[in-house]
Design a protein around this ligand. Structure first.
Ligand code: ASP
Ligand code: MG
Length: 413
């Protein structure tokens, strides 16, 4: 017997027909002798609709009341799933965030603080099935709170950790995590096994498959995650710890996937004076303003000459960054500030990089062969990233996918 959390996303819950299908999946796990808690999303499109209604009601709405409105989508689907399971003769009941409770702080992007599992333990002792709305919790004041868009994944993982589940299964509309975005590379392959760290880095590839926060949480609690299709019977992708992968002793590719992120903007300060403390004078105030600087490149000046400093920030922070730097222009004494949003960060990710040299060299050579100019580079233990002009996104992802041996075998047609 295992204890599992099954989480179903919005497309899986969109309409009674699909909810019946979800119920049959739950039934199969229960009949296999497992203890099951089900976490559900609102029907696809419902949360968008509710958010829009709040905006129409007032452009500066109260986050507390926003939560009251947007949490309702999951209340509806959890009740409907419980009714459907009961109709199949199964002892299912829904439990809202406040009934467990799932304690959270803040509104609109609340953080889970604690989850009480006494109610769930009693449900399991009595052989029952708990259906729990994702995305919601309750504040210390007893108000409903929501966890931010895509938050049902985080609800599911947090619940799995609290109830010491054996695993957390995330059912969605794709059959797993891919080596890269299949819209760009039709020969992208579904991955069987990914580590938490890789998954965090591959966020752009897993486009909306999992809320990033939920992966961080799973990593912290070492909770095995499985991403699988609600519609097709396929094995999906397991997301596990590094050690679990080493133990499995599988032949893994050195590179697991190619990710890209168009959400970066480049900033270059020219004519930076060559004296100690200048770099700190730039990045200190940006950090104080909560701006996340990602890639950094500084030219080494010839003695006594000025140099250039290039770095990237999230596109959404560019205006804020420019305003901060403008204030510093006098004191630092740089010549010009140049910005560019038409850049993309392309990354090769894989834990195998730790024990293999030459990964970065392959990347540079592959891009050079295509005449793609690299603006900035960063590396971590399991990732090499380059900043390139955005118009080369598709080309770069495709050639790197091939260069690292990730392309699926051609179908013998
Ligand atoms: N329904 C919420 C959303 O669309 C939460 C979720 O489904 O994860 O953001
Ligand atoms: Mg989602």
């Amino acid at each position: 017997m295992a204890r599992i959390v099954m989480k179903f996303g919005g497309t899986s819950m969109a309409g009674i027909e699909r909810i019946r299908h979800v119920a049959s999946r739950v039934k199969a796990e229960v009949e296999a002798g497992n203890q099951v808690a089900v976490v559900v999303s609102a029907m696809a499109g419902e949360t968008d609709r509710l958010v829009q209604l709040c905006r129409e009601a007032a452009s500066l709405y109260d986050p507390r009341e926003y939560d009251v409105v947007v949490a309702s989508g999951e209340q509806v689907t959890s009740g409907l799933l419980a009714i459907t399971l009961q109709g199949m003769g199964l002892p299912a009941k829904s439990y809202m965030g406040w009934q467990l409770p799932i304690r959270a702080s803040g509104h609109a992007a609340a953080l889970i603080e604690t989850i009480d599992v006494d109610v769930l333990e009693r449900v399991f002792d009595g052989g029952g099935i708990a259906v729990i709305p994702g995305f919601q919790g309750v504040t210390a004041e007893g108000a409903v709170a929501t966890l931010g868009r895509g938050g049902s994944d985080t609800s599911a993982v947090a619940l799995a950790a609290a109830m010491k589940a054996d695993r957390c299964d995330i059912y969605t509309d794709v059959d797993g995590v891919y080596t890269t975005d299949p819209r760009i590379v039709p020969r992208a392959r579904k991955l069987d096994l990914v580590t938490y760290e890789e998954m965090l880095e591959l966020a752009s590839v897993g486009a909306k498959v999992l809320q990033t926060r939920s992966v961080g949480l799973a990593m912290r609690y070492n909770m095995p995650l499985k991403v699988l299709s609600s519609f097709e019977d396929k094995p999906g992708t397991m997301i596990v710890s590094d050690e679990a992968i080493e133990d499995s002793n599988m032949e893994r590719n050195v590179i697991t996937g190619i990710a890209y992120d168009k959400n970066e903007a480049r900033v270059t300060l020219t004519g930076i004076p060559d004296r100690p403390g200048v770099v700190a004078a730039v990045f200190g105030p940006l950090a104080d303003a909560n701006i996340n600087v990602d890639m950094i490149v500084q030219n080494i000046p010839r003695a006594g000459e000025a140099s250039d400093l290039t770095f990237t920030v999230p596109t959404a922070s560019l205006a804020h960054t420019a305003a901060e730097l403008e204030k510093l222009k006098e004191s630092i004494g740089f010549a010009e500030m140049l910005t560019d949003t038409n850049v993309v960060k392309v990354s090769a990710v894989g834990v195998g990089m730790r024990s293999n040299a030459g990964i970065a060299a392959t990347m540079f050579k592959t891009l050079a062969d295509r005449g793609i100019n690299i603006v900035a580079i960063t590396t971590s233990e399991i990732k090499v990233s380059v900043l390139i002009p955005e118009e080369y996104t598709e080309l770069a992802v495709r050639v790197l996918h091939t260069a690292y041996g990730l392309d699926a075998e051609e179908d013998a047609a």
